[in-house]
Design a protein around this ligand. Structure first.
Ligand SMILES: Cc1ncc(COP(=O)(O)O)c(C=O)c1O
Length: 347
């Protein structure tokens, strides 16, 4: 599907998707109200729908994945606490240090494999203030990311997710899933969302990534957790008024853009196999599980990205040696072909 006029192929991220004509129509027709006053029926139905889809009691519609994670982290922790996550986690790398600035929390980093932690690693990373003679911060939250973006779009297997939650619970920690791309994870693993998230207290779900909505995330959890989160959303300036316009886009995405994620995964996989035939570029196929392809380049990744850009193809040089290619709603087979032929001929 390619609905926006562009002579470029934008493979930087699945966040670059633009609302389709049908999504814009759904937004135009949305019934709205003042959500701060609890009056917006489209926001309310979205929150309820997403909570039910994930087997949780309640949901909270917010502006972004970063806001959803920040509210979750703040709801789970108090200043002086510590959060356990993988060293590549979005909450650690790319959320402006919100864990420190907004929560007053420190982070215990785990050296996971392809962005995925094990239960043993998590168990040894949890430090408790109690029994430490007041030396340690208080490890109170374990956060997993599924799919793991910097791992290559990798997915946890269910037994690991459950085992991590079990060790967290045993040590009195809350559990949160950064599920920015959790629909991709569910489709790739075949694990249903309620089962995947059953052992976790809260889950953040994004609509502005592969699902193609312009804005919006929903945080789900128990009614008690979401009531507390609602207050933090207000304090972070995230109470909004006629947000039903945006909730309608998310509803539309749930209706039309979930099942098709499988197409993105297939395109990414086929592309990765072909990239491995090119000299000077390699893809670790074990990381290609969803819609992302991380390509290791013999020449500097920034140079590769610059040459691709000259040919009308945009990718991110995600590290000095890797470019990231993300397949999404607007990427067609022709777009993939154009990217591949530049890779084949320009280097
Ligand atoms: C894994 C992950 N979590 C959270 C976010 C944050 O989402 P947003 O950009 O909507 O704040 C992103 C953004 O790409 C992400 O990849």
């Amino acid at each position: 599907m390619r609905e926006y006029p562009s002579d470029r192929v934008d493979l930087r991220s699945d966040t670059v998707t633009q609302p389709t004509a049908a999504m814009r129509q759904a937004m135009m027709e949305a019934k709205v109200g003042d959500d701060v006053l609890g009056d917006d029926p489209t926001v309310q139905s979205l929150e309820q729908r997403v909570a039910e889809m994930f087997g949780k009691e309640s949901g909270l519609f917010v502006a972004s994945g970063t806001m959803s994670n920040a509210i979750a982290l703040r709801t789970h922790t108090v200043p002086g606490d510590e959060i356990v996550c993988d060293r590549t986690a979005h909450i650690y790398r790319y959320e402006g240090g919100g864990f420190a600035a907004l929560c007053g929390a420190s982070i215990a980093l785990v050296e996971g494999d392809k962005g995925l932690m094990t239960a043993d690693q998590v168990a040894s990373a949890i430090r408790k203030a109690d029994g430490s003679g007041s030396h340690y911060p208080n490890g109170s939250l374990v956060c997993v990311e599924n799919t793991a973006n910097l791992g290559g779009g990798t997915c946890y297997d269910q037994s690991t997710l459950d085992a991590i939650a079990a060790v967290a619970k045993e040590r009195g920690c809350g559990t949160h899933i950064d599920g920015a791309r959790i629909f991709n994870a569910s489709i790739a693993t075949g694990v249903a969302l309620p089962e995947m998230c059953q052992a976790y207290d809260s889950v953040s779900i994004c609509f502005s990534k592969g699902l193609g909505a312009p804005v919006g995330s929903v945080l789900v959890g128990s009614a008690e957790f979401i009531a507390k989160a609602h207050r933090w959303r207000k304090m972070f300036g995230g109470g909004w008024r006629q947000a039903g316009l945006l909730a309608a886009a998310a509803h539309h995405a749930l209706d039309h853009h979930v099942d098709r994620l499988e197409e993105d995964h297939l395109r990414a996989n086929k592309l990765a196999v072909r990239l491995n035939t090119l000299e000077g570029f390699t893809v670790d196929m074990s990381t290609v599980q969803t819609n992302m392809v991380y390509v290791t380049c013999e020449r500097p990744a920034a140079e590769v990205a610059a040459v691709l850009a000259e040919h009308g193809v945009d990718v991110f040089d995600i590290s000095p040696t890797q470019i990231r290619v993300v397949i999404h709603l607007h990427i067609t087979d022709e777009d993939v072909e154009r990217f591949f032929s530049v890779m084949q001929t320009a280097f």
